[in-house]
Design a protein. Structure first.
Lengths: 307, 344, 261
């Protein structure tokens, strides 16, 4: 008798625990609205219900929304939201700054995913008009993953967010472990430059710089902070082994022309990257945006540097 | 004999003329303003608008768009257009220079520097200060006003050249500082440039309540100096011979005009061309008598800027074209057309 | 016959723009009411400066000016403007006012900024234009009419100012022959009828001689001679000041000296 009781209690508890297991993964299945998150600006944003209509005011936020499977619920994107393909067909709200409040309001969003940076000043007005906005401005890989998880939580799909982030983290760790086996001497010196006469290059604190370092390269501008204008002499002196040129969408012809222009730049003929024809053109979106595709960029860089 | 003299002098009391202009002008601005509520990214039918105006709330979104976005923008545009035109006309008068505009005496460069510093500051301290940006701009404007005032007294205080030179010099100095600031900022660059281009889209009723009084009172004070401005066109000495204290007049107009501009520009950025061209258009239409020209310029400027803002809003919707570009693109052909008609 | 009390008196007037350049020194003279004084002298002798000192816009560093026993220094420029009006040499206007609007500006010292002008102001302006034969120019653009026409308009403006003392700077220099004498006659008429006192600088010695009751000959900022035309325009004075030896004849009609080269 005594034993049966104990056994049934154990069974009951086990069943109870088993049933509970899915719930332990996160707060998701329980509808926990109203829900408050703290965004990048330190503002506590409260969502009163699960958002069904999203507006993204930055291409990076658009990518994140689609990556989390919320693409169908996105009702407004900026002129620059070009990924994924489906995003191109969503209604446009215009520029990134100044925001077209009228257009945003008319689309009746439940949540606006906003950007920091130069959009920051438009946010107070947006909130004044009764719009719920979460501001994202992750400056590195880790924060990007955090932001993705935060959005997932706010939208009651935190398990999706965790899965996405876990997969990305796995890929990143893989690259990291491979790189840890590469000695510094074998890590190529890298210069990131555009096609224009005036050279702007990413330094410490930028996403690009972080990706380069993680991929086992040495950014010649690592000592500078953020994006800086540098002189051609700086580049010539640094003698990079690899030149990366980030560009928007383009075709074969244009890319070979660009490589030519860069190779023939005044005073650069002695640079190893040019002598060895190690000039690579990459899709800038993979490196400028704090999005899952950054990991694609990371893997691309690893390939360029070490294979 | 007396009667014929009266008839021939064409005597109409100046005051009556002014009242007519003010009433008529206000009415026109009001009508056009309401008409402009129709325009925007979102289509709202005129019927809905009239219903909203007369009865109150339609659906919440429409209400928000009309009352919180479009209406304040139109009002801000009217006030800004009026302020820029009146001050532009007044400055053209005291400097005796048809190429003068409200920005020539340095206040705008100060506001711009203040705003750019404010924007840079924002990034260091976080955006809690975003709403204080107009204050930064205004303080910058007051600084440049002080510098221009002081340096014009050092140089030729007896004529307009001294004031003009001081204004131009300080403008160059501040512009140089702004350029340095722009060169040093990468992240804030975008915001700074947009501020410099001028923008009415951030209008709200609170901002309007702040600039309403300075613009009205300042404009009224300028209207009262209109007669003296007429005399000044005859020359510095001529005006003195007519009993006008030109030094005092100049400083008075400079200070009043600068405060009006500083207040408006702190909220709207630098909208160009309006203050230069509208006084000329006003002169083409009603002649150079400042007592008539300045009020006409105010109303013309209000209407002009409101209409330009519509174009800025709808031409490439949902992208907004900077309003300073529209005022020039629209204003230049208009001006040339009026000029040619006058000469025929 | 001269009045006992002097209308305008200048005592020991000295003026200079900078420390080094002395423009006027030791200017002493008196004018009676209804007198026309002609100021003559070579370029740079200080004629215009003297006019500007008398009108009050240039302040001499030494000496005093009395108008009807009032010290000019103690008067505000508003009150001076009701007393003295000036027709300048240079009549450029920045904006395209109509001629009648320019004349109307002469009434400014009398118009309250708040109340505005009255019927009377318009009447006076119109009468001034009639007197100066410029009424036909009423609606013309002041920037577009000829120099001579502009000067008549500016004379009308100066008359509209209802002055007691009228100052003219090289007034006849742009005028056609048609108008030269007519305007001078006009001035002499107004002088008598309206008790106006006139000081005018002249480039043309002969015109000055005919028009003026007295002449003041300036030489390098100092008074060379002041007196009736016969007293001033003689061989010694002219040689001293102009370094020439012209022929002098007597004008058959006006009985004043005329200079023939």
């Amino acid at each position: 008798m005594h034993f049966l009781k104990k056994f049934s209690v154990i069974i009951a508890i086990s069943i109870f625990l088993l049933l509970d297991l899915p719930f332990l993964g996160g707060v998701s299945n329980a509808a926990e609205y109203p829900l408050t998150v703290i965004d990048e600006t330190g503002t506590a944003v409260t969502l009163s219900k699960e958002p069904q209509r999203f507006i993204s005011t930055a291409p990076s936020n658009t990518e994140i929304l689609f990556a989390l499977g919320l693409g169908e619920k996105v009702v407004g994107v900026t002129n620059y939201c070009n990924y994924p393909e489906a995003a191109k067909h969503v209604e446009k709200i215009g520029e990134i700054s100044p925001l077209n409040y009228e257009k945003i309001i008319s689309l009746k969003p439940d949540l606006v995913l906003a950007y920091g940076g130069f959009q920051l000043k438009d946010i107070p007005r947006l909130r004044e008009l009764g719009i719920i906005a979460i501001v994202l401005e992750p400056l590195n890989l880790k924060d990007t993953f955090k932001s993705i998880k935060m959005i997932a939580t706010a939208c009651d799909i935190s398990d999706k967010g965790s899965i996405l982030v876990d997969n990305l983290t796995k890929r990143v760790d893989y690259i990291k472990s491979k790189v840890s086996n590469i000695p510094i001497s074998s890590q190529p010196k890298v210069f990131v430059g555009g096609t224009s006469e005036t050279i702007f290059t990413p330094g410490a604190g930028t996403l690009f710089n972080e990706l380069i370092t993680m991929a086992g390269g040495q950014n010649i501008a690592a000592s500078l902070s953020f994006w800086k204008k540098i002189s051609p002499e700086f580049v010539a002196e640094a003698e990079p082994d690899i030149i990366i040129i980030p560009i928007g969408v383009m075709n074969q012809e244009e890319s070979s022309k660009i490589k030519e222009i860069v190779s023939e730049r005044n005073g650069w003929s002695n640079i190893p990257a040019i002598k060895n024809k190690k000039i690579y053109i990459v899709n800038e979106d993979l490196f400028y945006r704090a999005v899952p595709r950054m990991v694609d960029g990371l893997e691309l860089l690893y390939k360029i540097f070490h294979e | 004999m007396n009667k014929s003299l009266v008839k021939n002098t064409g005597f109409i009391n100046w005051k009556k003329k002014l009242i007519l202009i003010v009433l008529f002008g206000s009415l026109i601005v009001l009508v056009i303003g309401i008409f402009c509520l129709n325009f925007g990214v979102v289509t709202i039918t005129p019927r809905d608008i009239m219903h909203l105006l007369i009865n109150g709330t339609q659906d919440k979104t429409t209400n928000l768009i009309i009352w919180q976005l479009r209406a304040p923008r139109i009002v801000l545009g009217a006030l800004t257009g009026a302020a820029l035109s009146t001050v532009g006309g007044a400055f053209q008068g005291i400097l005796r220079n048809p190429l003068a505009d409200p920005y020539i005496l340095g206040v705008s460069a100060g506001a711009a520097l203040g705003a750019c510093i404010g924007i840079a500051f924002q990034y260091i301290t976080g955006y809690a200060f975003a709403s204080y940006l107009p204050l930064f701009a205004f303080l910058g404007a007051m600084l440049s006003l002080y510098l221009v005032y002081k340096s014009s007294k050092i140089s030729y205080s007896a004529n307009s050249t001294g004031l003009l030179l001081s204004g131009v010099a300080i403008t160059f100095l501040f512009s140089a500082l702004i350029t340095v600031l722009l060169a040093l900022s990468r992240r804030e660059l975008h915001s700074m440039i947009f501020w410099l281009m001028g923008d009415l889209s951030a209008a709200n009723w609170k901002k309007i309540s702040i600039i309403l009084l300075p613009v009205f009172i300042g404009n009224a004070m300028l209207f009262f100096s209109a007669l003296d401005l007429n005399a000044l066109s005859l020359g510095e000495e001529e005006a003195l011979h007519l009993g006008i204290n030109t030094g005092r007049l100049r400083i008075r107009i400079f200070l009043i005009g600068s405060v009006i501009i500083a207040t408006v520009v702190s909220f709207t950025g630098l909208i160009g061309f309006v203050g230069l061209i509208i006084p000329h258009i006003a002169r083409l239409l009603v002649g150079p008598d400042h007592r008539i020209m300045l009020p006409i310029a105010a109303f013309l400027g209000a209407v002009f800027l409101i209409l330009c803002d519509i174009l800025a809003r709808i031409l490439l919707a949902p992208t907004e074209i900077p309003i300073g570009a529209i005022t020039a693109i629209v204003g230049v052909p208009l001006f040339i057309y009026l000029l040619r008609r006058k000469n025929q | 016959m001269k009045n006992c009390h002097q209308f305008l008196t200048l005592k020991d007037i000295c003026y200079s723009y900078t420390k080094n350049r002395q423009i006027l020194s030791d200017i002493n003279f008196s004018l009676s009411e209804s007198e026309l004084l002609g100021i003559i002298g070579p370029n740079g002798s200080g004629k215009t400066t003297l006019l500007n000192v008398i009108s009050g816009i240039l302040k001499p560093y030494k000496g005093e000016i009395f108008i009807q026993n009032h010290n000019l220094n103690h008067l505000s420029i508003e009150s001076i403007a009701k007393f003295i009006s000036v027709v300048p040499q240079n009549t450029w206007v920045t904006f395209n006012f109509k001629a009648k609007e320019v004349v109307f500006m002469g009434r400014m010292p009398y118009i309250s900024r708040i109340k505005g002008e009255s019927q009377e102001d318009y009447k006076i302006s119109r009468e001034a234009m009639i007197k100066t034969h410029s009424l036909s120019l009423s609606n013309q653009n002041i920037q577009k009419i000829s120099g001579g026409e502009r000067q008549r308009v500016f004379l009308a403006k100066a008359l509209a100012q209802s002055p007691k003392l009228l100052l003219l700077d090289e007034f006849t220099s742009h005028l056609d022959l048609t108008y030269k004498y007519e305007m001078l006659n006009l001035l002499k008429n107004i002088l008598k009828k309206e008790n106006l006192t006139i000081i005018s600088t002249f480039h043309d010695l002969n015109l000055a001689s005919i028009a003026s009751d007295r002449l003041l000959l300036l030489n390098d900022g100092k008074i060379e001679k002041i007196g009736k035309p016969k007293e001033v325009l003689n061989k010694e004075n002219l040689y001293k000041v102009y370094k020439v030896k012209p022929i002098l004849i007597n004008h058959p009609q006006f009985n004043v000296p005329q200079v023939i080269m």
